[in-house]
Design a protein around this ligand. Structure first.
Ligand code: ZN
Length: 150
């Protein structure tokens, strides 16, 4: 583990990396997408079931660094029960938090996802944290191609 990343590995990130939530496939998922971050080697497949415009179930499989795994785990916890519109708004808000872009009025509360606020200081890690969000976004848009951060 790289020394200067130490302050990124907060307890919640470590916990979600050790015991990822919703790390499983969904058989016959309504939508799924594959994401790849060549810079770090993170790979993720996201599965989503949508019913009446609500994210009824969301899960992931894959392998990657602690940041990408924890981000995927926390994302699935956060998105379950949200509407598709809320999921998109959260993606925008999360992306803004990580990249340091200004918040817009009406952006949703990120809750636990705030633990990733320190990631913005490490540009190479931004892609690790946002990969799974780009991937779920692609799944919700039913894009079939592999999403790459490059
Ligand atoms: Zn990574």
């Amino acid at each position: 583990m790289i020394e200067d990343l130490h302050d990124l590995y907060q307890d919640m990130i470590l916990d979600h990396n050790r015991r990822p939530r919703n790390r499983r496939a969904i058989a016959d998922a309504d939508c799924s997408a594959v994401g790849h971050n060549p810079l770090c080697g993170d790979r993720v497949t996201v599965y989503v079931n949508v019913e009446d415009d609500v994210v009824e179930d969301v899960s992931f499989e894959g392998s990657g660094c602690a940041i990408s795994t924890a981000s995927a785990s926390l994302m699935t916890e956060t998105l379950k029960g949200k509407t598709v519109a809320e999921a998109r708004a959260l993606f925008k808000r999360f992306h803004g938090l990580i990249t340091g872009e200004a918040e817009e009025p009406g952006d949703p509360d990120l809750g636990k996802l705030e633990v990733f606020s320190g990631v913005g200081k490490y540009p190479a890690r931004v892609k690790c944290a946002t990969l799974v969000w780009h991937t779920v976004n692609a799944a919700l848009e039913k894009r079939q191609d592999t999403i790459s951060t490059e």
